[in-house]
Design a binder for this molecule. Structure first.
Ligand code: FEO
Length: 495
């Protein structure tokens, strides 16, 4: 099956209605997905991307119904992940000498997946173009980390179509291909889920890449993604959304998630949520049990929130494993400018709250004091939890609040000194290491820190080398990106 996109462009991709898991089982797909491949037939015939490897046979069969495979002049692989280059082995078995246009990094990942270094690779960089006849050209734009180091976008002049690959896509399946044809709420919900769960760590690169593409002043009539719909109606809307999401996005929302052995931490979560609502009825409070709710939905809510409260019963003096898993994922997603706090019930020690507090501090959240309740919270303890919620609502309010708290207790809240100590210790550490005179530079993608006092001997950068003298070929040892993604690490407010 093919779908006409525009002029001589046809969609030749694959719908996947039944897929439920992506990236192993880490991303739950709730609305199916598609693997979008495009056929351009000008004087030259070009195939842009393929489909997931599980659909290779079907893809080739469909393609052969449409054209003689030998008539394909060029293959463009925007990204080597298997959901896009998966059918390449079967395709190349039939047309082995066809040139494959991709980035230099993609050669490594395509060969790594398909094990054919002899394929006819043509390396392209940003600004390179390929004439496909009838006055049209393909212009390539490297887009590292959107979503892999190998990623790029391809722009077709004349038709003004940007083949953006993962960027601007969503895991969403519908027989209708264009954005104006589908349910708008479902579509934007899946766009946000996709961005928040996959692209958040690369937000600084998203912003930079969009501004780079905009600086070319190229008209964009359509954005043809590699997952989900094609943006033909006001494609600028998803670009604007990405700029908004990439800019430390938050709404007036607080997410509470927890795991609870004996229902006690759940009771605390409910009381805290009520306390927030007492003081700030305008804030959206969403409460999730991590062992029962969709993890990606929770993460999408964290992405939308100004603050997050994380609870766990203490089990063997640590937090419950599903909460630990969530914190690991949150650390990797590198949310910016969000607040957080820890809470939980315990029996004979309360190590979970301390560990959550410490982990969230390390993940860059601005912390409030933790809250612990011993055994099952009684009426008074729940009152304290509710007051804790009220204090947080005030602390995190985005504007003036006119509502007085419903509760007024003479009892001071049970704020555990240990959690406070952790917070203070973490603050002091930042101030000591990265004060106003600090010369360190931090990678905005992975948070690796270049310290001139340490250098980077593995790349020949000696101890004592200031950032300005670090050579241009320097790459972040963690994520392999260049100097342009580094910013000063100093904290202007440090004393
Ligand atoms: Fe849709 Fe990064 O693959």
């Amino acid at each position: 099956m093919t779908i006409h996109v525009k002029n001589n462009i046809h969609w030749v991709g694959q719908r996947d209605w039944e897929v439920q898991d992506f990236h192993g089982t880490e991303y739950k797909i709730t609305k199916g997905t598609s693997y979008n491949s495009y056929l351009i037939r000008e004087e030259k015939t070009v195939l842009i991307d393929t489909v997931d490897h599980r659909f290779s046979h079907q893809f080739i069969q469909n393609l052969e119904m449409e054209i003689d495979l030998n008539s394909i002049d060029y293959i463009v692989i925007n990204h080597a992940e298997e959901d896009h280059s998966g059918a390449l082995s079967d395709l190349m078995a039939r047309i082995p000498n066809t040139p494959i246009y991709c980035t230099e990094a993609a050669i490594d990942s395509i060969v790594g997946h398909h094990h054919h270094p002899e394929w006819n690779f043509k390396t392209v960089k940003t600004g390179d173009s390929l004439d496909i006849g009838n006055g049209k050209q393909l212009v390539f734009v490297e887009a590292p980390m959107l979503h892999w180091p190998d990623s790029m976008m391809t722009y077709l002049t004349g038709d003004a179509v940007l083949f953006s690959n993962d960027a601007f896509g969503q895991h969403y399946c519908d027989e209708r291909l264009f954005n104006d044809e589908v349910d708008q709420a479902e579509l934007m919900d899946q766009c946000l889920r996709y961005y928040s769960n996959i692209l958040t760590p690369f937000s600084s690169l998203v912003t930079a890449k969009i501004h780079e593409v905009l600086s070319f002043n190229l008209p964009v009539d359509m954005i043809a993604t590699s997952h989900g719909i094609v943006w033909r109606d006001n494609p600028a809307q998803i670009i604007e959304k990405y700029l908004e999401w990439a800019n430390s996005y938050q709404e007036d929302r607080i997410t509470i998630f927890y795991d609870s052995m004996s229902n006690n931490t759940r009771m605390m979560a409910d009381a805290i949520a009520q306390g927030i609502h007492d003081v700030d009825p305008g804030v959206a409070v969403k409460v999730f049990n991590v062992s029962r709710h969709d993890k990606n939905e929770i993460l999408a809510n964290v992405f939308r929130s100004k603050g997050v409260l994380v609870g766990s019963s203490t089990m063997n003096n640590v937090m419950m494993p599903k909460v630990a898993g969530m914190l690991e994922e949150i650390t990797g997603l590198r949310f910016k400018e969000k607040k957080a706090g820890a809470f939980g019930s315990y029996g004979w020690n309360g190590g979970a709250v301390d560990r959550i507090h410490s982990r969230l501090t390390d993940a860059g959240f601005q912390m409030v004091e933790g809250l612990k309740a011993k055994w099952k919270p009684d009426g008074n303890a729940l009152k304290l939890c509710r007051e804790h919620g009220q204090r947080i609502a005030k602390l995190w309010a985005l504007g003036e609040l006119n509502v007085e708290p419903m509760l007024a207790s003479n009892t001071q809240p049970t704020i555990e000194p240990k959690a406070l100590e952790v917070e203070v210790a973490a603050t002091v550490k930042v101030k000591q290491e990265h004060g106003p005179d600090c010369q360190c530079m931090i990678c905005t993608v992975c948070n690796w820190v270049y310290d001139p006092q340490v250098g980077e001997p593995n790349q020949g950068v000696e101890v004592g080398t200031p950032w300005a003298e670090v050579p241009d070929y320097f790459l972040c040892p963690e994520c392999n990106l260049g100097k342009d993604v580094f910013v000063p690490h100093r904290k202007e407010d440090a004393a």
